[in-house]
Design a protein around this ligand. Structure first.
Ligand SMILES: NC(=O)c1ccc[n+]([C@@H]2O[C@H](COP(=O)([O-])OP(=O)(O)OC[C@H]3O[C@@H](n4cnc5c(N)ncnc54)[C@H](OP(=O)(O)O)[C@@H]3O)[C@@H](O)[C@H]2O)c1
Length: 246
């Protein structure tokens, strides 16, 4: 799929992986809806960067995805108003809250299922209803834990495994109009609040990665772009882990 002149919606696009994905799709020629939850200034900075560096159009849109149905409706109402229609949706926004098995609460479960699984579904629903012909691309950002669970963080892992099932089911449900794929990153960036220095994080991650280096955000953004452009690929999951999922 040629991305020049298309419109892409990237959720959680103000910071970290989502920011890199938004910049990559703009570099490929897309106008971009930079969705954010709390990082309004950072979202505005991404918009300015896209407009200055690529000349593409970009707009920051706030929607709280803790309320998945209303959040998805708010975001796509803004898409309709500003661009008419979106051709690409990247479900990147998510939460990751570590929790000890013995003390995980029902609220913890509900937060992870709501933001990491239900929100991508309702965003896909709003995205799909815009299509009459073909040419859409939906990419869900998963996690290596979706296909290779660890003993930790089970609500997060289960939500991402659910998103993997949703990716394949939506690929069937939305064909031929929309291709649906997933990117499953390894540990690309240090998570906030884990009590490790960046150096400690890097040496721990490198020790587990066959390619012996950390990835950063750009390989994930490149994988999203590839899947958006790959016209005969749907229902696929691309691991971007340096081999850490093997
Ligand atoms: N980083 C990694 O190494 C890694 C590894 C595996 C998988 N992943 C996956 O890759 C994606 C991005 O990861 P990341 O580390 O860049 O994530 P992150 O720093 O945790 O950012 C997540 C994004 O989700 C948005 N978000 C959170 N709560 C929201 C809410 N209530 N309403 C609307 N938006 C909300 C945030 O927007 P605001 O900041 O504007 O609130 C933020 O931009 C996630 O799906 C994650 O699970 C990441």
């Amino acid at each position: 799929m040629e991305l020049t002149g298309k419109t892409a919606v990237v959720t959680g696009a103000a910071v970290r992986l989502g920011r890199a994905i938004a910049l990559e799709l703009a570099a490929a020629g897309c106008d971009v809806v930079v969705h954010y939850g709390s990082h309004a200034e950072e979202a505005d900075a991404v918009v300015r960067r896209i407009c200055d560096d690529t000349g593409r159009r970009a707009v920051a849109v706030h929607a709280d995805l803790r309320d998945p149905v209303r959040g998805a409706a708010t975001l796509f109402a803004a898409v309709r108003e500003r661009f008419g229609r979106a051709d690409v949706l990247v479900n990147n926004a998510a939460i990751y809250e570590p929790g000890d098995f013995g003390t995980i609460t029902e609220d913890h479960w509900d937060r992870h299922l709501g933001l990491n699984l239900k929100a991508p579904f309702f965003l896909a629903q709003r995205f799909a209803e815009q299509f009459e012909g073909d040419g859409g691309s939906l990419v869900n950002i998963l996690c290596r834990r979706a296909t290779r669970p660890t003993a930790e963080d089970l609500p997060y892992t289960a939500a991402k495994a659910g998103l993997l099932a949703l990716t394949k089911g939506l690929a069937l449900r939305l064909a031929p109009a929309i291709r649906v794929n997933g990117v499953a990153p390894g540990e690309m960036l240090p998570p906030a609040g884990r009590g490790e220095t960046p150096e400690e994080w890097e040496s721990r991650v490198r020790a587990a990665v066959p390619l012996d280096r950390v990835g950063g955000a750009d390989p994930v953004a490149g994988a999203v772009r590839y899947l958006c452009e790959a016209e005969y690929v749907t229902g696929e999951v691309l691991h971007v882990t340096g081999g850490d999922h093997l």
